[in-house]
Design a protein around this ligand. Structure first.
Ligand code: NAD
Length: 288
């Protein structure tokens, strides 16, 4: 049987394109979403591409839904070889002082704890399959974006979680990779956040004079290095299939250079070699 991959957040954007890419590459593709009533776009695209996709319900913030879905997939196919943590929300508000804790928490629930919950539920099966965890990070989780504290913090949290897990998971045969896109156009990400320039400025209070030039800069420059969801999906497929993927894969030259301002080791190979060496048994006559 073909390897089985479970992807979260497949009703739009990168998740939808990734499901098409993995199904097209011959992987058994379980495309999950909070609300399968919103699967028409994916189903039509799959029919057009002539690929088969198994659509199932999974809300990353609902532990029962996570356990039920992972359990049902393993009962149906007898295995789970890979997980793609893709689901996320823009969780946009002007700045922390101008929002409430419930809004802030809601972003952490989806963008960070959702990743933790699904990864945790999948790990026993990924261990059995010597499989992979591929997680969609963001340039915003490497260098934080102004006026995006909640999103950046959640994405930084995911980075720390996966970087800590990677050497441990490698020790039991599971590969952990972060796919790092810069700005991605043609997804529902911004629209799903339901904000506009006017609504952001209206909610910004004393920060409006700081926010306005930033919004102008965004309009003036566009998003340098922007890619399509299809381009990102191709990198996810690489992370799922290439023999020895690194800890991080920047999805394009722009994000590689951007992250390079922070990282001397943008792919994390040296970090992972270092932390894995701490988990290796010393040679019998051993130094180390
Ligand atoms: P998108 O809004 O099109 O896709 C996100 C998907 O996650 C949606 O289908 C949404 O319904 C789903 N989702 C939200 N809450 C969920 C929940 N509780 N349970 C299950 N699914 C849920 O946007 P996208 O750009 O395709 O985003 C996918 C990933 O890419 C996210 O992790 C995002 O942070 C990341 N990303 C996006 C950009 C960008 O500029 N769009 C850049 C870098 C990284």
């Amino acid at each position: 049987t073909e390897p089985v991959v479970l992807i979260t957040g497949c009703s739009s954007g990168i998740g939808l394109r990734t499901a098409l890419a993995t199904a097209g590459a011959g992987l058994t593709t379980v495309a999950t979403m909070r609300d399968p009533d919103r699967s028409a776009g994916l189903r039509e695209a799959a029919a057009e591409a002539g690929v088969e996709i198994d659509v199932r319900r999974l809300d990353v913030t609902d532990e029962t839904s996570v356990a039920d879905c992972v359990g049902a997939v393993v009962s149906a196919y007898g295995r789970l070889d890979a997980l793609v943590n893709n689901a996320g929300i823009a969780n946009t508000f002007p700045t922390v002082e101008m929002t409430d804790m419930a809004t802030f928490r809601a972003g952490i629930e989806v963008n960070f704890l959702g990743v933790v919950a699904v990864t945790r539920a999948a790990l026993p099966h990924l261990r059995a399959a010597r499989g992979r965890v591929v997680t969609i990070g963001s340039s915003r989780g490497l260098i934080a974006q102004p006026f995006n504290e909640g999103y950046s913090a959640a994405k930084f949290a995911v980075e720390g979680f996966m970087e800590s897990l990677a050497p441990v998971a490698a020790g039991v045969g599971v590969t952990v990779t972060m796919v790092e896109p810069g700005p991605v156009l043609e997804t529902a990400f911004a629209a799903n956040a339901g904000v506009t320039r006017a609504s952001l400025l209206a909610d910004a209070g004393p920060y409006a004079p700081v926010l306005e030039p930033y919004l102008d800069w965004v309009v003036r420059t566009g998003w340098p290095g922007a890619q399509t969801a299809t381009e990102v999906a191709e990198v996810v497929l690489r992370a799922l299939t290439e023999p020895d993927p690194p800890l991080r894969i920047p999805t394009g030259d722009w994000v590689r250079e951007y992250a390079g301002r922070k990282f001397v080791d943008p792919e994390g190979r040296e970090i992972l070699a270092l932390t894995r060496s701490w988990l290796a048994r010393p040679e019998p006559d051993g130094a180390a």
